[in-house]
Design a protein around this ligand. Structure first.
Ligand SMILES: [Fe+2]
Ligand SMILES: [Fe+2]
Length: 240
């Protein structure tokens, strides 16, 4: 059964641990007038995810489905959610909609421009286009501006069945996981290209207070410093 923890006001982390991979898959349900699910989790997780969402709200009331990039753990069960919740729509950037979602999904996505702001009730989000960060041409991130929560997708990935929320620096854990990946068939998981540093600097300037992390513990504290530390780790492990 998925574990649920409220990591920021009305931000619920729904965590499914995959023991074979020693890795958590964390999805975030943000309860509001128009509830938003950030990442659906793998298609295979749908029954477990539906049961978890049911503990928090009526799943048929889901309004928005967000994700960073086109990958199974980000949006694998998108069509199942679109089928279940009649008013739900994917919400994503232009590249994502044109290249993947508007062909793959049962109905077209709501398209956001880079830096576009939208409201779901009391919460306000900013969409930030982040090509190839963490990976994928279509990548983007959502920043919940009301409570300063950055939904980080694969940024800060660290393995293990870790605690839901921490104030401790994640840098060492992220370095360890990234090195493991680099030494495995999954090497080059994250490309560090000429624009990566600037994208991370811009994300740091958002000064998030909570980092809602897809694989690993979420973080609460100085989000700017945490992103700067992550950039150092990425440079150290990934840069040629
Ligand atoms: Fe990914
Ligand atoms: Fe992921």
């Amino acid at each position: 059964m998925a574990r649920i923890d409220e990591i920021a006001p009305d931000v619920f982390r729904i965590s499914i641990y995959a023991p074979q991979q020693e890795m958590q898959y964390n999805q975030f349900l943000i309860r509001d007038e128009e509830p938003l699910l950030f990442t659906t989790g793998l298609n295979a997780f749908f029954p477990e995810m539906k049961e978890a969402v049911e503990r928090l709200m009526k799943p048929t009331d889901l309004r928005w489905i967000g994700f960073s990039h086109f990958e199974s753990d980000e949006c694998g069960s998108l069509n199942k959610w679109l089928e279940l919740a009649p008013q739900s729509e994917a919400i994503t950037g232009i590249v994502s909609a044109f290249v993947n979602i508007n062909d793959f999904a049962l109905r077209p996505a709501r398209i956001l421009q880079n830096q576009e702001v939208f409201r779901t009730g009391k919460k306000q989000y900013r969409y930030i286009s982040t090509p190839h960060v963490p990976h994928g041409w279509d990548a983007g991130l959502f920043f919940e501006e009301t409570d300063h929560t950055l939904l980080t997708s694969d940024l800060f990935h660290h393995n293990g069945d870790v605690v839901p929320l921490t104030k401790e620096s994640l840098a060492d854990h992220c370095r360890e996981t990234l090195i493991q990946f680099q030494q495995s068939p999954f090497a080059n998981y994250i490309p560090y290209n000429a624009k990566t540093g600037q994208i991370l600097k811009d994300l740091a300037e958002l000064r998030p207070v909570t980092l809602a992390i897809m694989h690993g513990s979420s973080y609460y504290g100085d989000g700017k410093k945490a992103i700067e530390e992550l950039d150092e780790v990425w440079k150290e492990v990934l840069k040629d």
